[in-house]
Design a protein around this ligand. Structure first.
Ligand code: HEM
Length: 380
């Protein structure tokens, strides 16, 4: 049986200190050691295996009996507990079948006018990261609740998720109860006068109000970070800031800076993968960040080249929204929202900032990202 390569551990703490202090450099070191098999080990309090080949991604994302959410790292984030995100097979597929119809592309396209009406204006100079944080909150409020949710409460609920650990682990029991009460209050406003929003759909689903709270938590910082990077790159590569080029620009942003930089599962049975024995209980990780930058899969992977999207990427190589049955429920919502904002944004100019990726619960730029909005100019 083969053994796994692994970066040098730090005594009895294994890789935990580096995992918290500099996880991207730890991942990159592991990836460099992993070679063609694209598999390496880490000690994160429990034994962990990180894989980033398309074959590993497919196995982890489709064998839901073996790769379980129970015991994964998402369990550490109380905001995510109690809904579809942490539901395992066999119940998961039924739950998704119930939720999917409320989040289809055509449903999200019906929300575009609502989103457009809720988009805050862009000041002449702005920090794209701070603006995206605020704008996404408003836009989600519009998409979910027709803007009727208490904005201060929404901010209090969602803002810890964008702070470094341990803030995302804070249970916030009082805030969560207030959020549930507010979802319920807004839901009651729907009686007799349905609005064309996501809450109207979720009201018809058993446990739908809980799913509203949990999916909002999954939606906010991911979409904020993707939008902030998209605005930065729209300024830096102005030739790609046109409505017909925005989809490729966004794909390329998500390849290089997938907010979900790392996904985790627990292995429910002993298995052998590529000649390596992986015992039951191992933490199994896949990494959209490493797969999106893998030189075996992408030509000049570090370069920002939206033109590469003229061709389909290799299967199971591009996973900013995960894959398989557990593909992100809000994929169409996030893309619709970001493309709407880009479409409403006049040419931009780069001022200054720090776009280096910083992993927390999700990956985002260190920031700030100062841009100038050339309101008097139109697209060519
Ligand atoms: C650019 C924005 C977003 C990115 C990059 C993103 C990324 C992801 C990824 C990678 C997963 C799979 C996690 C895993 O396999 O462990 C996921 C799952 C999920 N996402 Fe998103 N997400 C985004 C926006 C949203 C939005 C707007 C919503 C709102 C509905 C949402 C709700 C969810 C839910 C509920 C799941 C769990 C699905 C399941 O387990 O069946 N996400 N997301």
């Amino acid at each position: 049986m083969n053994t796994l390569p692994c970066p040098r551990p730090q005594g009895s703490l294994g890789h935990l200190p580096r995992w918290y202090a500099e996880p991207l450099s730890l991942l990159q070191e592991g990836a460099a050691l992993a070679g063609e098999r694209r598999l390496f080990g880490l000690q994160l309090g429990v034994g962990a295996v990180v894989g980033f080949s398309p074959e590993w991604n497919k196995k982890l994302l489709t064998d839901l009996d073996t790769f379980r959410s129970a015991g994964s790292l998402s369990r550490l984030v109380p905001h995510l507990s109690g809904g579809v995100i942490l539901t395992d097979a066999p119940e998961h597929s039924g739950r998704r079948r119930t939720l999917n119809p409320g989040f289809t592309l055509s449903k999200m396209e019906q929300l575009v006018d609502t989103l457009r009406g809720a988009m805050p204006s862009l000041p002449p100079q702005f920090d794209a990261l701070a603006w995206a944080d605020w704008a996404v909150m408003r836009l989600l409020n519009a998409a979910y609740f027709s803007g009727e949710f208490n904005g201060d409460l929404l901010h209090r609920f969602l803002s810890p998720l964008r702070r470094p650990f341990p803030a995302p682990m804070s249970p916030q029991p009082l805030t969560r109860r207030q959020v549930d009460a507010e979802v319920y209050r807004v839901g009651r406003l729907r009686t007799g006068t349905p609005r064309p929003d996501i809450l109207t759909f979720l009201l018809g689903v058993e446990g739908g109000l809980t799913e509203a709270r949990i999916s909002l938590a999954a939606a906010h910082d991911t979409t904020t970070h993707a939008l902030a990077y998209a605005l930065w790159y729209a300024a830096r590569y102005a030739q790609w800031h046109t409505p017909e080029h925005h989809p490729a620009l966004l794909k390329e942003v998500l390849r290089l800076y997938p907010p979900g930089w790392m996904g985790s599962r627990r292995v429910s049975r002993d298995l052998v993968w590529e000649g390596v024995h992986i015992p039951r209980g191992t933490l199994a990780l896949y990494s959209p960040y490493l797969s999106g930058r893998d030189p075996y899969l992408w030509e000049r992977p570090a370069d920002f080249q939206p033109a590469r999207w003229a061709h389909k990427p290799p299967a199971w190589a591009y996973l900013p929204f995960g894959g398989g049955e557990r593909t992100c429920l809000g994929m169409h919502l996030a893309q619709t929202l970001i493309l709407m904002v880009l479409g409403q944004t006049a040419p931009l100019q780069l001022r200054w900032g720090n776009p280096a990726p910083q992993p927390g619960l999700t990956l985002g730029p260190v920031g700030p990202l100062w841009l100038e909005h050339m309101r008097d100019l139109k697209y060519d």
